[in-house]
Design a binder for this molecule. Sequence first.
Ligand code: HEM
Length: 419
Amino acid sequence: MQLSKDYGFVSNNEKKWRELRRFTLSTLRDFGMGKNSMSQKVQQEAQHLVELLAKLEGGAFEPMTTFRHAVANVICSVVFGSRYSYSDAAFLELLDAVSNYVSFFLSPLAKVYNTFPGIMDRLPGPHKRVLADCQKLKEHIQEKVQFHQLTLDSSCPRDYIDCFLIRAEKVEGGLPSGLAAAGASPRHTESTQHTLLQEQGSPEPMYSHEDLIMSVFNLLGAGTVTTSNTLVFFLLMLAKHPHIQAKVQEEIDAVVGPGRAPSTEDKLRMPYTNAVIHELQRSHKSRIENFPRMATQDVLFRGYTIPKGTPVIPVLSSVHSDPTQWENPGKVDPAHFLDEKGEFRKREAFMAFSAGKRMCPGEALARMELFLFLTTLLQSFTFQLATEHSELDLFSLWLQMERRAIPGKFFALPRPVSS
Ligand code: HEM
């Protein structure tokens, strides 16, 4: 991709991708991904969200911005070591940059841009704005990195950036912090540091300054928009299917009750809620195509031969609506994930996080977030659409929601507190 110049861990360079993916996964695990310490962070963030919605006293709200902020705070606490207040306007601008970038990245225009960057750079169009916004986000990350360099204590890493800096020191002799202290401009610092690393004799640095900036960029992009979009989609679906929402709330009331926050351990005793989460993910078809892959050998598929080397774009949602795999593919039916005793059952054809060696490395965190955010919210609120909108078909509703085009039409109604 033209923006990343192949830096960072979502790279086409197999060796770098493998190394940085492994490093990132183990660092995320060290900071609690899939463990108790991370679940506490998510619980706290979910509680902030509940407080924010409670202040509205049942008034309408715009879910996309609010949820994106909450979810971004979880990944920011791991990457930067801190969260941002809901009133931080500068951070909201950066979040807009992240989501515009992700939408652009998945659009057909991005494919044209990547194929003809020289021509596209000279033409006006939405890509110019997206790239300028991304530059701002990279500069924000750059400032964070400079602060981390100046305050780093190698014996006590605070977050992902610290771990990356320590690793860079070990593997490649480090990123020169003196430049940051000398007040070099972000652009100057970036290129100078890259040159310095190459001069140190590493022909292909994997822990360069640019790799750090892009890896953080990748994590913010991949870890924010997907999860927050999924959560908003969940609430939209539950508002459209109030009987399912009520049944999840019944289970929350029975297992968790009103007096404490839901925890990850509760999931084992909440098979219906777990099944609803999987079923809603199965029916979420907003991202139709996965990233392009290449056939590594000749493949015979439905009577056609796909020769080795052919680019292939997997369509994950086709598996999610395959009538040979699902009893009611066109319906929202939590029973797809429940056995005859009402216990949760896994399904092989569930592929929301993809499959294979490039499958989503954030799955454990995403699952934790989906469960804790959803249950904490439904413990306190019932979500509802204004009557005129509940009649609209789901696809149009989702498009409006994604574009934040239905202000004043989505409500979080406080639930009566039972004694
Ligand atoms: C509901 C939430 C999420 C969904 C549905 C989701 C789904 C996906 C999918 C389908 C892919 C493409 C895999 C492939 O190329 O085959 C992917 C990749 C990726 N995801 Fe997620 N994801 C979610 C949350 C997260 C989170 C929270 C993080 C951050 C920790 C994250 C980080 C990434 C990264 C870095 C990649 C690229 C991996 C690579 O190229 O090696 N995702 N995700």
